[in-house]
Design a protein. Structure first.
Length: 209
């Protein structure tokens, strides 16, 4: 095995081991020593790839969000309009979250921790802003095409994010409490209904942001 391939294999081993340790003990309780023991690698090997445990979990989060990005891009490409895009995102997102499995509570723990850590917040807030900007762009396109009524795109995007995060947290807290795929689809339909343009009155207001 070439040196570069060996390094990539070691890094992936550390990431997989960290995901298991974090899921078992939580982010704070899982130590670098434990992660290294589980991976069968030295602490020197750990610090060759990661500056800290925090950098490692950021990398885990990045990997998962890359898969979320790929999913959204493929869904966007296969959707004919905004209504179909929202319905498809809501109805077909489950595999992405199932894949993350027990890592989701750790990511939520990371986001909560970032509220008390300015340096960590700077690294994690970009993810939130990225999806906020995505939904803002979709809302603006909907307004321009006449299928979305004149709303504040930023406010609408924040509502969409609030629903998405809220459903995710409810699914984690009470996974068997509802058919969360169905709830997501119904929530999407309610949001789309609220955003739909009023073609009868044709009223418009200048509140674009």
């Amino acid at each position: 095995m070439k040196l570069k391939e060996k390094g990539a294999a070691s890094k992936n081993k550390l990431l997989k081991s960290a995901a298991i340790c974090f899921s078992k003990n939580g982010f704070d309780a899982a130590s670098v020593d434990e992660i290294c023991r589980h991976a069968g690698l030295s602490k020197g090997g750990f610090y060759h790839h990661f500056a800290s445990k925090q950098d490692l979990i950021i990398e885990l989060l990045n990997q998962w969000l890359e898969r979320v990005d790929d999913y959204i891009k493929s869904t966007q490409d296969s959707s004919k309009n905004m209504q179909e895009l929202f319905t498809n995102i809501a109805g077909k997102a489950r595999p992405v979250f199932v894949e993350a499995g027990e890592q989701l509570p750790i990511f939520l723990e990371l986001w909560i921790k970032s509220s008390r850590d300015p340096e960590l917040k700077e690294k994690t807030i970009t993810f939130y802003k990225r999806y906020l900007d995505f939904f803002k762009k979709v809302i603006n396109e909907g307004i321009d095409s006449g299928v979305v009524r004149e709303v504040n795109p930023v406010a609408a995007s924040r509502i969409i994010m609030a629903v998405a995060v809220g459903l995710m947290m409810q699914g984690l807290l009470d996974p068997d409490g509802a058919d969360w795929d169905k709830v997501a689809r119904e929530s999407s339909a309610i949001l789309i209904g609220g955003l739909a343009a009023d073609r009868v009155s044709g009223r418009k207001s200048k509140i674009r942001n």
